[in-house]
Design a protein around this ligand. Structure first.
Ligand SMILES: *[C@@H]1O[C@H](CO)[C@@H](O)[C@H](O)[C@H]1NC(C)=O
Ligand SMILES: *[C@@H]1O[C@H](CO)[C@@H](O)[C@H](O)[C@H]1NC(C)=O
Ligand SMILES: *[C@@H]1O[C@H](CO)[C@@H](O)[C@H](O)[C@H]1NC(C)=O
Ligand SMILES: *[C@@H]1O[C@H](CO)[C@@H](O)[C@H](O)[C@H]1NC(C)=O
Length: 358
C-alpha cells in the first residue's frame, strides 16, 4: 500500500495531478462529504485541482478564484445558507421586486475586475468598468443548485470556463449569468423555475461565448444575448415568455437549431415572443423551430424591432430555414431597416407580408 507520504509526493508533481489516467480519478482529488464545507475544499485547492462533492445537501455560497479548479457534483445539492454573506457577486444583479442586492450560489471571478455602479437604466445586472486578470479553465459540473436570490451560478471575468450538466432551479434573477468573460461554455444544463423567474441564461461577455444543448423552462427570458458573435445552439426552451432576446447594438450573434415552444400563462399580457431581436445587427438565425407561441391571437414567433430607447437599428440580420408551427403570427418585422434577410423560412404568416417561404 502506498504511504500517504508517497501520495503527497506524487501530488507535488503537477502533471500527475493535472492529468489522471482516463476513467480514473487522480490521487489528488479532494472529496467533500455532507457535513463538510465545499468552500473549505476550494480554499485549500491549488491550480488544476479536482474537487468531487458527494451526494447530499450543502447550504453554502461558494466562491472560486483559482484557475483550473474542477468542481464536480455527484448528486450534490447546493442551497442558500441561512444568511447570505457579501462577496464579489453580491449586487451583480438586484431584485426586480424591491431593488435589493442579490447573491449568487457559485461566484466565479477573476482578480482586479471592477464592476460599474448600478445604473437604473440597465437594471438587470452590473457591467464591468475595469478589466483585471481573467480566471481560467474552471469547470463546474453535476450540481443541483436551488433557490439563490440572484444567480445560481455567476461568472465575472472568466476565460475558458465551462458550466455543464448542472440543474439550476429557482435562481430568482438568473440561472446562469456570465459578464465580461471570454470563451465561456455552458452546455447540457437544465434551468427551470417553480414560479416564473427572470432570466435563465445570459451572456454579457467580451467574445466567444457558447450556450449549447441547455434545457430551459419557466423563465421570463430564456436566453439573453449580449455578446458579439455569441452562439446559442440546440437549446430547448419551453413555457417561457421570450426565448432568445438579442440586445441593442449586439453584432453577429448566432442562433442556431434551437427549439422554442409554448408560452407561460403568467407572462405579461402584452409581452413575449419566441425570439426578440431588439436593435441588434448581423444576427444569424438559422434552422430554429418556433412552435405554439400563442397569446390570445397576438403571439409572435420572431419579433424584430429597432430599439426605441437607444435608436439602435435591427440591421443586416439573416433569418434562414426556420420552422414555424401553430403560432398566432410567425414573423413580425417592425424594424425601419430594409436590409434584414428572410430565406427559406417555413412559415404561414408574417407582417409585413412576404417574409415566409422565399
Ligand atoms: C437534480 O435536479 C433534477 C431536476 O430538477 C432532478 O431530476 C434530479 O433528481 C436532481 N438530483 C438530485 C441529486 O437531487
Ligand atoms: C441572520 O440574520 C438575522 C437577521 O439579520 C439575524 O437575526 C440572525 O442572527 C442571523 N443568523 C445567523 C446564523 O447569522
Ligand atoms: C383577448 O383579446 C381581446 C381583444 O383584444 C380582449 O377583448 C380579451 O379580453 C382578451 N382575452 C384575454 C383572456 O386576455
Ligand atoms: C412598430 O414600430 C412603430 C414605429 O415604427 C411603433 O409605433 C409601433 O409601436 C411598433 N409596434 C410594436 C408592436 O412594437
Amino acid at each position: 500500500m502506498r504511504s500517504s507520504f508517497v501520495t503527497a509526493l506524487l501530488c507535488l508533481i503537477a502533471t500527475t495531478c493535472a492529468a489522471p489516467a482516463p476513467g480514473k480519478d487522480s490521487d489528488c482529488d479532494k472529496t467533500v462529504k455532507p457535513g463538510q464545507s465545499i468552500q473549505k475544499a476550494i480554499d485549500n485547492a491549488k491550480k488544476g485541482d479536482k474537487i468531487v462533492v458527494e451526494a447530499g445537501e450543502y447550504y453554502e455560497q461558494l466562491t472560486i478564484t483559482t484557475d483550473g479548479i474542477q468542481l464536480i457534483g455527484k448528486g450534490a445539492k447546493l442551497f442558500p445558507p441561512k444568511n447570505y454573506t457579501k462577496n464579489f457577486c453580491t449586487g451583480l444583479s438586484r431584485s426586480f421586486a424591491d431593488g435589493s442586492e442579490t447573491d449568487a450560489g457559485i461566484c466565479i471571478h477573476g482578480k482586479g475586475f471592477v464592476l460599474a455602479p448600478y445604473d437604473p437604466k440597465l437594471p438587470e445586472h452590473l457591467k464591468i468598468s475595469k478589466v483585471g486578470d481573467y480566471i481560467k479553465n474552471v469547470v463546474v459540473t453535476g450540481f443541483n443548485i436551488t433557490g439563490f436570490n440572484g444567480e445560481n451560478i455567476a461568472l465575472i471575468g472568466g476565460k475558458d470556463v465551462k458550466i455543464s450538466k448542472n440543474n439550476l432551479v429557482d435562481g430568482t434573477q438568473y440561472g446562469f449569468l456570465t459578464v465580461g468573460s471570454i470563451d465561456t461554455n455552458a452546455e447540457n444544463n437544465v434551468i427551470t423555475s417553480s414560479t416564473l423567474s427572470i432570466i435563465a441564461m445570459c451572456m454579457d461577455d467580451k467574445s466567444g461565448a457558447t450556450f449549447k444543448n441547455n434545457h430551459i423552462s419557466n423563465y421570463y427570458i430564456a436566453l439573453c444575448g449580449q455578446t458579439p458573435g455569441g452562439e446559442l445552439k440546440k437549446n430547448t426552451v419551453k413555457n417561457c415568455c421570450i426565448g432568445p432576446f438579442i440586445d441593442p447594438g449586439i453584432k453577429g450573434m448566432k442562433i442556431i437549431e434551437n427549439t422554442i415552444t409554448g408560452r407561460n400563462p403568467y407572462c405579461l399580457a402584452k409581452d413575449g415572443a419566441g425570439m426578440v431581436i431588439l436593435g441588434a445587427s448581423n444576427t444569424i438565425v438559422e434552422r430554429n423551430t418556433f412552435e405554439s407561441i400563442q397569446n390570445n391571437k397576438t403571439g409572435v414567433g420572431i419579433f424584430i424591432s429597432d430599439d426605441p430607447v437607444s435608436g439602435a437599428k435591427a440591421s443586416g440580420n439573416v433569418f434562414k430555414k426556420n420552422l414555424f408551427k401553430f403560432n398566432d403570427l410567425d414573423i413580425f418585422n417592425n424594424a425601419t431597416t430594409t436590409d434584414n434577410v428572410f430565406r427559406n423560412n417555413e412559415c404561414a404568416s408574417s407582417v409585413p407580408d412576404g417574409l415566409c417561404n422565399n
